[in-house]
Design a protein around this ligand. Structure first.
Ligand SMILES: NC(=O)c1ccc[n+]([C@@H]2O[C@H](COP(=O)([O-])OP(=O)(O)OC[C@H]3O[C@@H](n4cnc5c(N)ncnc54)[C@H](O)[C@@H]3O)[C@@H](O)[C@H]2O)c1
Length: 309
């Protein structure tokens, strides 16, 4: 049987690199498109081919898609920082809207379905009922939420107009090995790094904000299940956990007594977020399997190994 071919944009990043690992392990030939702006070549599985390019550069992306001739595209490349989107909404829009349009448009040329990673955490706004279903009309508080929503619109419109089934996965707060501790988001990685180096982290919102934390291995399975399906799916656990509890669990895993600093929420940040995951369970046969306590323990150990001495 001929080897199946996938193209993963953002495949040198945190979530994308785990997806590439799973595809390579499953026997796929994988091409990665990434400009390495936040990702790293070190994350890319040896069996995958890296095209270092910016998805806003349409001719370069077109050449890579043609060379890869993928049967499936996973579109994860993004300007993924809420605070960077507030500082420079124009660049956020260029990457997350124009870049996404480039990807779905070229996907149509090769007839490949796209699974697109949108956000559940930054889309629904503070007034949404918890857990929030996909039916809720988004009310994003940040340019990042707005650009992801606009990207979704292109994915869905191109799916309808071309007949190629594209899927939108609205991810909760993803955590796991390889997440960078150097961004402003990703509290599990940030807290783990602080615990490892013995410097107090800041708990924004005084530790009270809640998020729906989902392990990267569960997200990878969801993206593979969504590939080739049409629709919008929340990908999370349906469980709300406050930041103080995440800190406490990681502190216990580290055997530390470090005390955090407390501060107000930053602009564009939500107070609460929790996603209704029943549609993904029903239609994709997917559900998150890794409980947060176990996921945090395992992730702390893996991250600390990656930080080195
Ligand atoms: N981590 C989360 O909790 C979370 C939650 C919701 C949605 N998402 C989405 O999942 C996807 C992956 O996020 P991640 O956490 O792995 O982030 P990441 O920053 O580790 O990965 C993004 C990758 O995209 C690449 N990239 C950025 N701009 C690019 C461009 N213009 N052209 C080509 N490559 C570019 C980066 O170099 C990086 O490797 C993103 O679309 C993000 O918006 C993540």
């Amino acid at each position: 049987m001929a080897q199946r071919r996938a193209l993963v944009t953002g495949g040198a990043g945190f979530i994308g690199s785990h997806l590439v690992d799973a595809l390579v392990a499953g026997g796929w030939a994988v091409d990665v498109v990434d400009d390495l702006s936040s990702g790293s070549e070190r994350n890319v599985a040896p069996g995958a081919r890296l095209h270092k390019l910016d998805i806003t550069d349409r001719p370069a992306l077109e050449a890579a898609v043609q060379e890869a001739a993928p049967e499936a595209i996973f579109h994860l490349a993004a300007q993924a920082s809420v605070t960077a989107s507030v500082a420079d909404p124009g660049r956020d829009c260029a990457v997350n809207v124009q870049g996404t349009l480039n990807v779905v448009d070229l996907a149509g040329r090769v007839g490949a379905p796209v699974a697109f990673t949108s956000t559940g955490g930054a889309l629904y706004g503070d007034d949404a009922p918890m857990p929030t279903s996909e039916e809720r009309i988004p009310a994003p508080l940040s340019p990042y939420g707005a650009s992801k929503w606009a990207g979704e619109a292109y994915v869905n419109t191109w799916s309808l107009s071309t007949g190629v089934p594209h899927a939108v996965c609205r991810l909760g707060n993803v955590y796991g090995p390889r997440q960078s501790p150097h961004g402003e988001a990703g509290v599990v990685a940030i807290f783990s790094h602080r615990l490892h180096t013995g410097s107090a982290p800041v708990l924004y919102g005084h530790g009270a904000p809640t998020r729906d934390y989902v392990h990267v291995a569960d997200v990878v399975r969801a993206l593979m299940a969504a590939s080739g399906r049409r629709g919008t799916f929340n990908v999370a656990t349906g469980v709300q956990t406050d930041v103080s509890s995440v800190w406490a669990a990681l502190r216990a895993a580290a055997g530390s007594e470090l005390e955090p600093q407390l501060a107000d929420l930053r602009p564009g940040e939500l107070q609460h977020s929790c996603l209704d995951v029943s549609r993904a369970q029903r239609e994709l046969g997917w559900r998150a399997e890794i409980p947060i306590e176990e996921g945090l323990r395992q992730t702390y150990a893996a991250l600390v190994e990656g930080f080195g001495g």
